[in-house]
Structure formats: C-alpha cells, structure tokens
Design a protein around this ligand. Structure first.
Ligand code: ZN
Length: 220
C-alpha cells in the first residue's frame, strides 16, 4: 500500500505530465517545485518509487509513470475530488475551503468507503472546481473547455472550471460573482494589458485581468 508521500508524488507527477503532454518526462526540478521540496530528496523518493515499479526514472530524461503508478495517481485524484464534492454538497463548505481538507482525506485507504461515497453523492462527474472525477478504473472524461482568455469580443460562454484552485483566487471569484455555471459575455478586450470587460449572467459588468482570464475555462 503506497504511503501518503508516495501518493502525493504520483499525483504531482501525473498532473505535471498532464499539463505538458508534449514533453517526454517530468523533470526532477519541476517535481521539487510542485512539492516544495529539495531536488535531492525528490531524487531519493523517485528511486524508491522506481524500485516499486510505479515509475520509470532516467537521470536526463525525467520521470514517467508506469501503468501501476498512473493507476495509483488517478485513484488518489478520484478520492480527493469525491471528498471535495462531499464537503461542499453535504457539509456546507465553500469551494475555497475544501482543498486542504481533501489533501488529508484523499489518503484514506478503503475502496468500499469510496464506492459508497460515490453512490451517496449520486456518481458526480465533476468536483466543485469543475475538474473531472476519474472512475474507479481510472477512466476520466475531460470536458471540452477553452480558456476565457481565448474568447473574442462578442463571444459568450458558461464558466465550467477553474485552472487555479487556490483559496485566494476562489475568494476573488466569489467577490466578483463568478461561480461555476455563470454566463460570461466578452464586452471588450483591452489591448494595452489584455484585460477583459465582461458581463456576468446578463446582469453586471466586471473588469478582469489577463491573469484571471487565463485561469477560467468556459464551454459554449
Ligand atoms: Zn482540491
């Protein structure tokens, strides 16, 4: 059974590989940055995970998860996202309050508990941030999204997911009134700094920065 740290490594490597699908392997430095640890301790852990058959590690090519490593990563992501749904839907947590708690809960090892939780929640497809929840066999359906930053003036879309799931960003969205499901229309794009003027739910207008627009996914 993988330890908490091992699960965290596998999850981080999976997400880094997912973010850059064109690169051959994930570098030790990127893993160290993502986990906020020194490269030397990352190297030790990578060796351990390679010995367990969870990843392939070549010094200059970086890291690739094996099928088994990927399975553990996706199962950890599944648990994390199901717990987030539970916290928001059943316990009244706000979407900016769930991530840290789910980081703990994701390490509980009970397939039966997760199956019952999934059924209890009605087999949700998405977590409170709009991220897809992998099935028990690791299958994950990624919804077709595009970044709000790529919309043109006159385009509209429904806010479907957030790329940045940190509490300060989610609190900012709450303040602006941008919740998942909100209808967003692009009224103007400011060439000077790539900021956007948008209308939310046909009611209010708001100005959002280029950085915010790069962290929001919309569907048509
Ligand atoms: Zn989370």
């Amino acid at each position: 059974m993988p330890s908490h740290t091992e699960e965290n490594y596998l999850k981080a490597i999976y997400k880094l590989a997912e973010a850059e699908p064109d690169t051959a392997g994930v570098s030790t430095n990127r893993i160290a940055a993502a986990l906020d640890t020194r490269a030397a301790s990352v190297t030790d852990m990578l060796r351990r995970l390679a010995d367990k058959g969870l990843l392939a590690y070549e010094r200059y090519r970086g890291v690739q998860l094996t099928t088994e490593g990927q399975r553990v990563a996706l199962l950890t992501i599944r648990k994390h996202r199901l717990w987030e749904v539970f916290l928001v839907q059943q316990l009244g947590f706000n979407w900016d309050e769930v991530h840290e708690v789910a980081e703990e809960l994701e390490h509980v090892q009970s397939p039966l508990l997760m199956r019952r939780l999934d059924a209890f929640l009605g087999f949700p497809a998405l977590d409170p941030h709009g991220d897809p929840i992998p099935a028990e066999d690791g299958a994950m359906r990624r919804p077709a999204h595009r970044l709000l930053a790529d919309l043109e003036v006159g385009d509209r879309g429904t806010l479907a997911a957030v790329k940045n799931t940190t509490a300060p960003f989610l609190q900012y969205l709450d303040k602006v009134g941008l919740q998942l499901g909100a209808l967003v229309e692009v009224l103007d794009k400011v060439g000077f700094d790539n900021s956007f003027e948008i209308r939310i739910n046909r009611e209010r207008t708001a100005l959002i920065s280029a950085e915010v627009s790069c962290n929001l996914f919309v569907t048509e």
